[in-house]
Design a protein around this ligand. Structure first.
Ligand SMILES: NC(=O)c1ccc[n+]([C@@H]2O[C@H](COP(=O)([O-])OP(=O)(O)OC[C@H]3O[C@@H](n4cnc5c(N)ncnc54)[C@H](O)[C@@H]3O)[C@@H](O)[C@H]2O)c1
Length: 336
């Protein structure tokens, strides 16, 4: 059976995901598109060819008979209403991060899904589907470096625009680490703190860059994440797990090593899309396959909620300069 997809949000990632479903993956086909920008929706529908219907309302799209699964790729503040609407209609929904812009909003989605009694929601935290992070997780599970004690991580972008301000380093950037490190360690955050080194001259008045986020997990693992979004040299994701018996590092993306002119060098990626292109393919293929088997893969709505709670605590820590607790309610048995 081919899964009919309805895409809400025909912007950058919506367009990429829609083309991925139609041209790269198997088992799915985009049948409907909606965007507040009607022209954008029509452009995407036309580019997909075939019989893709453009809907004026995201809710009407969700309720269309030939839409089996909803893809929410609109702006973050609109995600909650569309995910809740999909749950109400009993439809599977892939929601790009964030699941909702507030922890309270994520909680409402968790409550709705639990009440529906069936897993319908998957959140687009694609790093869990990256082959490098999967190797790292396997190494931890196999005890390759013993029990993890510390993690040293970095999330660096070459540059950001003027609209990128200090809290976005948490909400838009660190949020990927907040999800993937919880998953990697099978642990939850206990406290967070944010410290600010000297600010780079490449930043602007509303952005303190770089930032260092210090976290402690429930198991007592210490994590430091450097967020440096005007690092200039490239898009660079680092994760080093220091264990009792050794250290395991996230593999570097494959690149050519050149010996020339008395130098030994390689290139660093600059585009985040290229860094994780394979993981986007794997996550959406797993979503399609999960619908087919009735068993959706993670990340769950609960994971989306946990990321939001940790993100809120980090933003608070940016403001107070204090060590802030991450207060999480007990996980509903539904998500065990
Ligand atoms: N997982 C990732 O790595 C990743 C990467 C990029 C973007 N994202 C997330 O995907 C989402 C979209 O990001 P983007 O970069 O594609 O943004 P974008 O601005 O390019 O596209 C968003 C689209 O949503 C539409 N939209 C806004 N409100 C709407 C509404 N009420 N109903 C229907 N459509 C509406 C806009 O008109 C726009 O076309 C964001 O939440 C972003 O955080 C995730």
């Amino acid at each position: 059976m081919t899964i009919g997809f309805g895409v809400i949000g025909a912007g950058m990632i919506g367009t990429e995901h829609a083309r991925r479903v139609n041209n790269v993956l198997t088992g799915g086909e985009v049948v409907a598109v909606n965007d507040v920008n009607a022209e954008g929706a029509k452009r995407l529908a036309d580019s997909l060819g075939g019989n893709v219907k453009v809907f004026d309302s995201g809710h009407d799209l969700i309720n269309a008979d030939n839409v089996d699964a909803v893809m929410v790729t609109s702006w973050g503040p609109t995600h909650e209403e569309f995910v809740l609407s999909a749950i109400k209609a009993g439809k599977y929904v892939f929601c790009e991060k964030p699941l909702a812009t507030t922890a309270a909003g994520c909680q409402r989605i968790v409550d709705a899904e639990v009440a529906a009694g069936k897993r319908l929601v998957m959140v687009g935290f694609m790093r869990r589907f990256d082959s490098g992070y999967r190797l790292l997780k396997q190494a931890i599970q196999d005890g390759e470096v013993g029990e993890p004690l510390m993690l040293h991580c970095a999330h660096r972008n070459p540059e950001v625009g003027e609209t990128y301000v200090t809290p976005m380093a948490i909400q838009d950037t660190l949020v990927h680490e907040l999800d993937v490190l919880r998953w990697l360690l099978d642990d939850d955050y206990k406290t967070v703190q944010v410290v600010f080194p000297r600010t780079t001259r490449h930043s602007h008045s509303k952005l303190r860059d770089p930032q260092v986020v210090l976290m402690e997990t429930v198991k007592g693992i210490r994590i430091d994440v450097e967020i440096f979004v005007n690092c200039k040299y490239g898009y660079d994701i680092q994760c080093s797990v220091v264990g009792e018996d050794g250290i395991a590092n996230l593999p570097e993306p494959q690149s050519l090593l050149v010996r020339k002119d008395a130098k030994l060098y390689t290139t660093v990626l600059t585009d985040w899309k290229k860094r994780f292109v394979d993981s986007y393919d794997v996550e959406l293929q797993d979503f399609i396959d999960g619908i087919g088997s009735g068993d959706l893969p993670g990340p769950t709505a609960w994971d989306g909620f946990c990321a939001a709670v940790a993100s809120d605590a980090c933003v608070k820590a940016q403001e107070t300069g204090n060590i802030e607790p991450v207060t999480m309610p007990a996980r509903p048995a539904f998500y065990d």
